[in-house]
Design a protein around this ligand. Structure first.
Ligand code: ST9
Length: 619
């Protein structure tokens, strides 16, 4: 019983429910900057993108894995498989990527919650394709940080749909970007020559776009006051693959001195060409400094923040389609008898009758839907930032809460998703899950990278604690925690969640205790530097605990909305079984994950310096 048709399964009902029944995004649509995007238009767009994903974008998913891009070391070129090229062209022609662009760049102004809902579909269907198509989005970074000339080039890059890459990592500078050694030499004509080797460059070369703009971090040499050590000494340069006329965008025919010098052989996400790029070996790699600002790391973080949100969304999207594939299989797979009927000749049943399969399916459903809520919740703060900017203002609190949630979106979602995909979704298929007949084995391989690139889980955990909690002086975490507390003491939207609300209250307090414990260690480290190890030993734990608490809260909010719909105290757009499923998933998530927070608090308290004092030879 091999799978037929598209591997891609979407959950438009849950997306719609989240956006409009829980997060009330309808109030935002059709007004202000989203004037041309009312609720009806947004829903129609989601449906059309879903159709495109099913028919075209998802089509080369397996082929791209089995026949990955071909690297030609003679010409330093990368050839993308024809099937992926066709899907890429279909996506480009669809213009849906314009949802992610502002009006200044010929985009279709759309609030981030709706944008991420739309991109969830593309990321579930074919994540590498989303990355190849990200060039126009990068143009925003050039447009908003650049000179008038840069703004013109940004528009050209959108119009011509050029590719783009983020170029930070080097062989000896991965998590530690500040250790990068690539140099930039100023030239009399105002350009810069870049020299160095960069590694792990996603979409570093391809033959689908007429040009590629590389966004490169390098250290300026010979300019007073810039180019010092660490990340703060890095500047951001734009280095095109092909030289072009900045007025018209026409290619001049000159090939710039940046070449793919290797393409990695990987565990998964194989159709995404991960390149080594060599700059200025033999011929100059000419680039220009972005804007006037020698503040490359901050500019690059504008890309990174978007990419971290993208990775969390990709992880969630893969788990969602993985779960729906598993559910479809379980509904038709007949194996064994019902547990309550021990007779040898008892009728065989579909595996959805077996308790362990039900446990697994509900766990997958609860996780996929919780992660979707986490992403929508985070994006709802991006909506506030977006709305304020459109009014010419800043919503600083929303910016800080978005910053706080980003490492949770990236770190927690990626960890949960690939483990769930491997341990539950694939497992539902039994031995068949191990075969390439089904997409699960590829999902697991493709999703593993999400815990690694764009900052590993450990980096997310450090970012969360040191930058987003301590440096923020607890403002954002205080607000989120205060909102959960306020919800707990407010009148429930529907009865029946008393036990789960109590679990949430206890978990919130225990999570707070872990933060307090770690803050104490951080402060203690000023007198005793070794205390900082105690923070490091607990930081990933905190990341996962906060993910559990926030997700449980969001699921319970959704559960109460669903229960109220079933009780008839509000009206909803979906079927009764949809709402029954929401109630069950919400309770399950709270019951299965919240008690674990108390255990994590105990484990955090038990951590001491023994592990750091253990000699290497004892490991
Ligand atoms: C990669 C590619 O993995 C994977 C897939 C690519 C897919 C591409 C397609 C995606 C689409 C993207 C489209 C873009 C569209 C954009 C549109 C937007 C309009 N938040 O703590 P310090 C800054 S690529 C913000 O001292 P260290 C900040 O400026 C490889 N900013 O750091 C700060 O200064 P200040 C990915 C932050 O100890 C400065 O950095 N590699 C944040 O020097 C220094 O901060 C990684 O992700 C933040 N969270 O360096 C690297 N953090 O404090 C992972 C720092 O004055 N490593 N800044 O504000 C890290 O993140 C390290 O923590 C480190 C440490 C490098 C930052």
């Amino acid at each position: 019983m091999a799978a037929t048709g598209s591997h891609y399964h979407s959950n438009l009902a849950d997306i719609r429910f989240n956006l409009f029944e829980v997060f009330d995004r309808g109030a935002l649509l059709g007004t202000g900057a989203a004037e041309d995007m009312d609720t009806e238009t947004a829903l129609a767009a989601l449906q059309e993108i879903d159709h495109l994903c099913r028919e075209k974008i998802s089509a080369p998913f397996a082929d791209g894995d089995r026949n990955p891009p071909i690297y030609d070391p003679k010409n330093h070129s990368v050839t993308i498989p024809e099937s992926t090229k066709a899907a890429f062209k279909a996506y480009q022609d669809s213009d849906w990527w314009r949802l992610e662009l502002p009006a200044e760049l010929d985009g279709q102004p759309t609030p981030p919650t709706v944008r991420w809902a739309a991109m969830e579909l593309v990321l579930a269907a074919n994540p590498a394709l989303y990355m190849y198509a990200a060039g126009p989005k990068f143009s925003q970074v050039m447009y908003y940080n650049g000179t008038e000339r840069d703004k013109k080039i940004a528009k050209i890059a959108v119009e011509r749909q050029w590719g783009a890459t983020m170029v930070l990592t080097e062989p000896d500078a991965g998590s530690d970007v500040g250790a990068g050694r690539t140099k930039a030499y100023p030239q009399p004509d105002g350009t810069w020559h870049i020299e160095g080797v960069k590694r792990f460059i996603t979409s570093g070369d391809q033959d689908m776009t007429d040009n590629i703009l590389h966004y490169v971090l390098a250290r300026p040499v010979g300019v007073e006051g810039v180019g010092g050590p660490g990340t703060k000494g890095l500047s951001l340069f734009i280095v095109p693959k092909f030289d072009f006329d900045p007025e018209t965008g026409e290619l001049t025919g000159r090939r710039n001195g940046v070449y793919a010098t290797n393409v990695e052989k990987k565990m998964g996400l194989k159709v995404s060409a991960t390149c080594e790029l060599t700059f200025g070996d033999g011929e100059p790699a000419v680039g220009w400094l972005l804007g006037e600002v020698h503040d490359g790391i901050a500019q690059m973080f504008q890309v990174i923040e978007h990419a971290r949100m993208m990775v969390g969304t990709k992880a969630m999207a893969t788990l969602s389609t993985g779960y729906l594939n598993a559910l479809e299989y379980a509904k038709t797979r007949v194996q064994g008898a019902d547990m309550t009927n021990p007779a040898k000749d008892a009728p065989r049943v579909t595996i959805t009758h077996h308790p362990d399969v039900r446990r697994s399916l509900l766990t997958q459903k609860a996780n996929a839907e919780a992660l979707r809520m986490l992403i929508t919740y985070c994006a709802s703060f991006q909506d506030a930032v977006w709305e304020a900017r459109n009014r010419g203002e800043h919503d600083q609190l929303a910016e800080r809460i978005n910053d706080l949630l980003l490492p949770v979106v990236k770190g927690y979602a990626s960890e949960r998703a690939w483990v769930q995909l491997g341990s539950e979704s694939l497992q539902t298929f039994g031995g068949s899950g191990f075969l390439q007949d089904y997409p699960l084995e590829q999902y697991v391989r493709d999703a593993k990278i999400d815990t690694l690139y764009e900052g590993t889980t450990a980096i997310q955990a450090q970012d969360l604690f040191f930058r987003k909690i301590i440096k923020d002086q607890g403002v954002a975490i205080g607000k989120v925690s205060g909102d959960i507390q306020a919800w707990l003491t407010s009148a429930p939207a529907a009865p029946g969640f008393e036990n789960e609300r109590a679990l949430l209250g206890k978990a919130l307090a225990d999570a707070g205790a872990i933060i307090q414990l770690m803050t104490g260690h951080a402060m203690g480290s000023m007198g005793d530097p070794k205390k900082s190890y105690l923070v490091g030993l607990n930081s990933t734990r905190l990341l996962m605990v906060l993910g559990d608490v926030v997700c449980a809260w969001l699921m319970l909010r959704a559960g109460e909305v669903a229960q109220a719909t079933l009780d008839g105290t509000r009206t909803g757009a979906e079927s009764a079984d949809f709402y029954r499923g929401k109630v069950a998933a919400a309770k399950w998530f709270a019951q299965q994950y919240l008690p674990g927070v108390t255990a994590e608090k105990k484990k955090a308290e038990a951590v001491n310096l023994d592990v750091m004092e253990l000699p290497e030879s004892a490991f």
